[in-house]
Design a protein around this ligand. Structure first.
Ligand SMILES: N=c1c2ncn([C@@H]3O[C@H](COP(=O)(O)OP(=O)(O)OP(=O)(O)O)[C@@H](O)[C@H]3O)c2ncn1[C@@H]1O[C@H](COP(=O)(O)O)[C@@H](O)[C@H]1O
Length: 96
């Protein structure tokens, strides 16, 4: 993946997992979880807490790691809601 396009490429992989539901995919597990969307909502809660703790520790490596975990789960949530990165970009653009 190129750095510039990494979010779009990750989102495309997430959409593919949503469509094909491979057995060995963590992403597919989130889409088919018995808790429904609560599975990804709980992960977002956990990841945001882990991000806050990393920030409080001033641990830049951990901040980057937990931010990536959070963004990945955020993209899964957008895909679950039938939304995509265009919605996120549009919301950000409206604020400029
Ligand atoms: N970017 C991610 C990604 N980020 C986080 N995660 C998973 O999210 C979970 C995070 O939960 P936890 O914080 O509890 O994780 P942990 O293992 O306890 O520890 P840490 O991650 O906090 O160190 C872990 O299981 C990670 O593997 C991800 N799982 C998949 N992807 C990407 O999604 C795509 C599809 O992956 P599969 O669905 O696995 O095919 C691939 O491009 C992957 O790189």
């Amino acid at each position: 993946m190129t750095d510039q396009a990494i979010l779009d490429e990750l989102f495309a992989v997430i959409e593919d997992r949503k469509e094909t539901l491979p057995e060995d995919s963590y992403t597919a597990d989130l889409f088919t979880h018995e808790k429904g969307e609560n599975a990804v909502l709980e992960k977002l809660g956990e990841e945001s807490t882990e991000l806050l703790l990393a920030a409080k520790d001033d641990d830049r490596e951990e901040i980057a790691h937990e931010s990536a975990d959070f963004v990945y789960h955020l993209l899964v949530l957008l895909a679950m809601k039938g939304m995509d990165l265009k919605d996120l970009r549009a919301a950000l653009r409206e604020r400029r």
